[in-house]
Write a protein that binds this ligand. Structure first.
Ligand code: TXA
Ligand code: MG
Length: 348
């Protein structure tokens, strides 16, 4: 694609050298940018946690070049996991499997399981192939903040704390991978993400449940996460807009009346913006409209950029209408719900 940055073999080799000496490399994936470290180097992992500002009992995903490397990390690969890997890798799917003993506790947060994924992004795959091992990588943002979808986002958030940033242009999917826990009697979706639930169910041939949020203490599953500085409010869709389906994703309700809320917030001198597929009718003129995505897939691609834009504009409050919770819309609704929960206790 013209205009898309394409790190060449020399840049990839330099990044591999950074990983080998225990450094941190930020790299693009199809979902969000990752902050990578050698998954077998406990000192590098300690630095990774320190830079993220993340509690050390939270596991990180190990990225692999291909499914053949599964056996190096997983003690057992159940049939369902094998089918999902065959159907979805490379792609935005993370499998949680029983780990092999060699996987450091620093990767798994001391759990008996490990999260594994093969990303579908040429720069990520070039890096993984050249490195030849697993790269542990959480999203390349500080703990609790908005995930980065461009190299510039990474630099703005992590600055000099990252040794190398590979620029692969903006992320194609825009929300994190779907996590499927395959360690129990039935596969369970532990985080909705880039592979729609419908696709997981089609591959497995039966319904798959989404684990109750908060049931496992892990970043990305905490209720208050993915938050910009601006307070995020989930509001009702305007007339004519596709309604969120509250049944399809628990926690996404119809929200509150956007017009009344906008008047109340503006009345206290706050700056207010709105993000929606269809901007609700009747909003006061002072409400700043962030460019509406055309559909759920575009919403996923731009949602983090729009949350950052809200902060860059200096908005105090962002009214958001979640998309219908089907396809990638479910992941977008999930992230917006968490962003809204992050500000819920704030007295202002
Ligand atoms: O799309 C993605 O998954 C991105 C890119 C960089 O690959 N990565 C990402 O990583 O979102 P992070 O660290 O921000 O979120 C990882 C999620 C966390 O919710 C973590 O709890 C879960 O994966 N996870 C990792 N290993 C796990 C394990 N062994 N058991 C349960 N959950 C695990
Ligand atoms: Mg994250």
């Amino acid at each position: 694609m013209p205009g898309v940055p394409d790190p060449g073999p020399e840049e990839i080799a330099a990044a591999v050298a950074v990983l080998r000496r225990g450094g941190l490399v930020a790299f693009p994936t199809e979902t969000v940018y990752g902050l990578g470290a050698d998954a077998t180097d406990v000192d590098a992992l300690a630095r990774l946690y320190a830079v993220k500002g993340r509690p050390t009992d939270h596991p990180v995903i190990v990225h692999l070049a291909d499914a053949a490397a599964l056996a190096d990390w997983a003690a057992a690969v159940p049939d369902a996991a094998r089918r999902l890997a065959d159907a979805c890798w490379p792609g935005p799917l993370t499998l949680v499997l029983r780990r092999r003993d060699r996987v450091p506790d620093a990767v798994t947060g001391g759990r008996p399981t490990v999260g594994l994924r093969v990303p579908d992004q040429p720069v990520a795959l070039a890096l993984l192939r050249a490195f030849g091992g697993g790269i542990a990588a959480p999203s390349a943002n500080r703990f609790g903040r908005v995930s980065p979808t461009t190299a510039a986002d990474v630099r703005a958030d992590l600055g000099a704390d990252v040794d190398c940033v590979l620029d692969g242009g903006p992320c194609r999917v825009g929300v994190e991978s779907t996590i499927v826990d395959c360690t129990g009697p039935e596969p369970v979706i532990a985080r909705v993400g880039g592979v729609p639930r419908e696709r997981i169910e089609a591959v497995l041939g039966h319904p798959v449940s989404v684990q109750d949020r908060g049931a496992i203490a892990a970043p990305g599953t905490l209720p208050a996460h993915y938050a910009p500085r601006a307070r995020v409010h989930l509001v009702a869709a305007g007339p004519g807009a596709p309604a969120p389906d509250p049944g399809a994703f628990p926690g996404v309700g119809p929200g509150v009346d956007p017009v009344g809320l906008a008047h109340r917030l503006l009345g206290t001198g706050r700056r207010v913006g709105v993000l929606a597929l269809v901007v609700p009718a009747g909003l006061p003129d002072a409400v700043e409209i962030l460019a509406p995505p055309a559909d759920a897939d575009e919403y996923a691609r731009v949602v983090y950029a729009r949350l950052r834009e809200a902060d860059a504009r200096g908005l105090d409050d962002l009214l958001v209408v979640a998309p219908p919770a089907v396809g990638l819309g479910a992941a977008v609704a999930d992230r917006l719900t968490r962003a809204a929960a992050a500000g819920a206790d704030d007295p202002t």
